[in-house]
Structure formats: structure tokens, C-alpha cells
Design a protein around this ligand. Structure first.
Ligand code: SF4
Length: 400
């Protein structure tokens, strides 16, 4: 089934390390943007936004015969909707509801969909969260990043640790039983013990899911200058490795299962939407800068919010970089992303889908990683060990 991604590019302030497609909140632009999103989603359905059947007389983008809606000739099945950003919780609940309804009109949304909304702690209140729940959102992903106020100030985040704890409590009170928290490690001046303190505090709140990311400093990040001025530094690489490995051990001890390099979940609470990215699935992205992959065709929407809204208003396509992936590229992507999972890659499934014996093709280069204990090759499975996850990029480079 398809995953549907909805991008919301607005933020109350721009964090000093952020490299996402986002801009400052502008109420008037946001109103026009929500209308544009609803129109884009309507256009992707079998009836288009004007009620006309879009399949008539159109060619399929994949070049095969048969009707287009896109591909299946009816409302396509989807089972996840993911509001990412930016800060989707800056939308009003009725706006989120309109977008969910647009998805339900254009796609055959499964009866038990996973509908996730990314939220920043300072943007929510109990009534607003209850209204999101009422609108159909059933999973929240809070961008907490740290439970130490010093870290949060260095990252120019707008919330405090207490505000994050309150947001989780409010979400529970509003009826959410599926909550994920994002945490970032290897922050400026952060010690291993300070990082683990944040992990412990996250666990104490009992979220169903946690995502742990290493802070990445992109070349022009304002945080880089701030670090230079304040003489802040990141801990040595060995400490970053200890942060990651120790956190994963603690989370396992607390009953979480690691299922992907950066993600752990209580049993049955893995992110169904994100799993589509890692299991060679198909998804459609709506909104500025959103990416889509379907039946071996990949494209993205143009990044500018203004331009996106204008083009939708003129009923022009917003898709750019549309291209059919070459067979080797699809295979490389399937291997690259599959290796992120703790379950690793099912080599017999890859052989059935792509007709390639992965070990025969890449075994010579992968064998060294197996002998060093970074990779396991067991039967038809190929998977990274936890120490291997620290070297994931080097192992994955074999497939590129
Ligand atoms: S809230 Fe998230 S998307 Fe917005 S600026 Fe901060 S890190 Fe970037």
C-alpha cells in the first residue's frame, strides 16, 4: 500500500542547525498553502480536483498500457499519512482534518491507517491536541531533541525540557496512545553522561517510539559559527560511538526493540510510514519539496513554498526531476535502505524481484566487513551488526 507524505514548511523560528525545507510562519501564506495541498491531493485521485476522470486519454508515466489513476484505474490503496516539516503542528486541527479528508477522497485509505503529525512541544495545548486526535491524527512525533535546557538553548530551540514533558502529558490526556520522541546526540559540549540523562528522561515518559539522530553540521549552519565563537565542540568520535551504543543498550533494557539504525519501538509500534522508505515501498509526497517514488519512477515537487502555491493555483504541475530509475539504481536503493533495518536484507526476495544474486555480485567486497564483525551473512539474510551500524555508510557504499 502507498504511504502519503504531506510537507508543512512553516516554523515559528529557524533553528541554527536546520537544513530542512522550511521557512518562517506566515499566516496568509499558510492559508493559501493548505488550499494548494488539498488541490494537489485531489488532483492525484481518480477524479482530479474538478470531478473529471483523470484516467481518460492519459498515458501512464511508466509507459505501460492501461488506465492511469495513477496506475491502478481506481482509488489507490494507502495505509499511512505522515505530516512532516517544518512544524506541522502549526496548522490548525481543522486544516489537518481537511487534508486528511482530501487523502480519503483521492485514495482508498485503509480502515486502520497510521496518521502521524510531527509536533514541536511549544506549539501544542491539550485542546489543540484533542482536536488533532478528533481530526484523525493517531500518532504524534515530538521534536524534543534533548531533556537538558542548556542543550536546547544551544540549538536555539523554543521549548524547554519541562515544556516537552508537559506536551507528552497533554498528548496522553488528549487520547494519544502512539507517541514518538526525537532526540539528538553529539550536541555541542554534550558529554556521554549528559546524553544518557536525556535518554533516561525520555524513557521515563514511556513513549511508544524513539528516534535518535546524530547532530550533523552542514557547511553553512549558523550553529557552526556560534560554536566557533563560544569555543564549543562536539565530543570525540569514540564518545559519539559510545553515546549511540550505550543508548541502544539502555533502550533495549527498557523494553524497546531497535528496528532501524536510528529507531526503536515498543513491540508493534514501528513507524509503518517510515518502513515504506526502508522496505522498497511506494509513497507519494504532497507539498513543496516533497519526494515521491512509485513503480520505479521518482520525482519531487519544487522546493519554494510561494512557487508551489502559485503553480497549483495556475493548475500547473509542481513535479520536477521526474525520472525512471534504472534497474541497477532500484536494486542499489533497495539494498542501501534495507541494510538500515535490523532485520537486514532478504537476499532471496531481492533475487526474486531484481533477478540478482547479491552475494555473488557484491560478496567479494562485503566479505571483509563480515570478517571484521560489522556484517552478518546468515542464510538468505544480510544485516549489519550494531557496531556495523556505526560504519553503515562505508558498507552501503559497496552498493552505490
Ligand atoms: S523546528 Fe525543525 S524544521 Fe523547523 S527550523 Fe527547527 S529543526 Fe528546522
Amino acid at each position: 500500500m502507498l504511504g502519503l507524505y504531506v510537507h508543512v514548511p512553516f516554523c515559528s523560528a529557524i533553528c541554527n542547525y536546520c537544513n530542512f525545507n522550511r521557512g518562517l510562519f506566515d499566516a496568509a501564506l499558510k492559508d493559501r498553502y493548505v488550499d494548494a495541498l488539498v488541490a494537489e491531493i485531489a488532483e492525484a485521485g481518480p477524479q482530479g480536483h474538478d470531478g473529471q476522470d483523470r484516467r481518460e486519454g492519459q498515458e501512464r508515466p511508466d509507459g505501460r498500457d492501461g488506465p492511469l489513476n495513477w496506475w491502478t484505474g481506481g482509488a489507490d490503496p494507502a495505509d499511512t499519512i505522515y505530516f512532516g516539516g517544518g512544524t506541522p503542528s502549526l496548522l490548525e486541527p481543522d486544516e489537518v482534518g481537511r487534508i486528511i479528508e482530501a487523502c480519503e477522497s483521492s485514495f482508498a485509505v485503509a480502515p486502520d491507517p497510521e496518521i502521524t503529525l510531527e509536533a514541536n512541544p511549544e506549539t501544542v495545548t491539550m485542546p489543540k491536541l484533542a482536536a488533532f486526535r478528533q481530526a484523525g491524527v493517531n500518532r504524534l512525533s515530538f521534536g524534543v531533541q534533548s531533556f537538558r535546557d542548556t542543550d536546547l538553548r544551544r540549538l536555539s530551540r523554543l521549548h524547554s525540557a519541562d515544556r516537552a514533558r508537559l506536551a507528552v502529558a497533554e498528548a496522553r490526556a488528549a487520547g494519544f496512545d502512539n507517541i514518538s520522541l526525537d532526540l539528538m546526540m553529539w550536541l555541542p559540549q554534550q558529554s556521554v553522561s549528559e546524553w544518557l540523562e536525556s535518554v533516561d528522561q525520555a524513557v521515563a515518559l514511556g513513549p511508544e517510539h524513539l528516534s535518535l539522530y546524530l547532530l550533523e553540521l552542514y557547511p553553512n549552519a549558523p550553529l557552526k559559527d556560534e560554536m566557533a565563537r563560544a569555543r564549543w565542540s562536539q565530543a570525540p568520535d569514540e564518545d559519539a560511538a559510545t553515546m549511540y551504543l550505550t543508548a541502544m543498550e539502555r533502550l533495549e533494557d527498557a523494553g524497546y526493540e531497535q528496528y532501524e539504525i536510528s529507531n526503536v519501538a515498543r513491540p508493534g509500534r514501528r513507524s509503518r510510514h517510515n518502513l515504506k522508505y526502508w522496505t522498497d515501498g511506494d509513497w507519494l509526497g504532497f507539498g513543496c519539496g516533497a519526494h515521491s517514488t512509485r513503480d520505479g519512477v521518482r520525482w519531487k515537487n519544487l522546493a519554494s513554498t510561494e512557487e508551489y502555491v502559485s503553480r497549483i493555483g495556475r493548475r500547473e504541475s509542481t513535479a520536477i526531476d521526474i525520472r525512471r530509475l534504472a534497474a541497477d539504481e532500484r536494486l542499489g536503493d533497495a539494498l542501501f535502505t534495507g541494510l538500515r533495518l535490523n532485520d537486514g536484507i532478504d537476499l532471496s526476495a531481492i533475487q526474486a524481484r531484481y533477478g540478482v544474486d547479491v552475494w555473488r555480485r557484491y560478496g567479494g567486497e562485503l566479505d571483509g566487513f563480515v570478517h571484521q564483525g560489522y556484517l552478518r551473512h546468515e542464510g538468505a539474510r544480510l544485516r549489519l551488526t550494531r557496531p556495523g551500524m556505526l560504519l553503515a555508510h562505508e558498507v552501503m557504499a559497496v552498493f552505490v
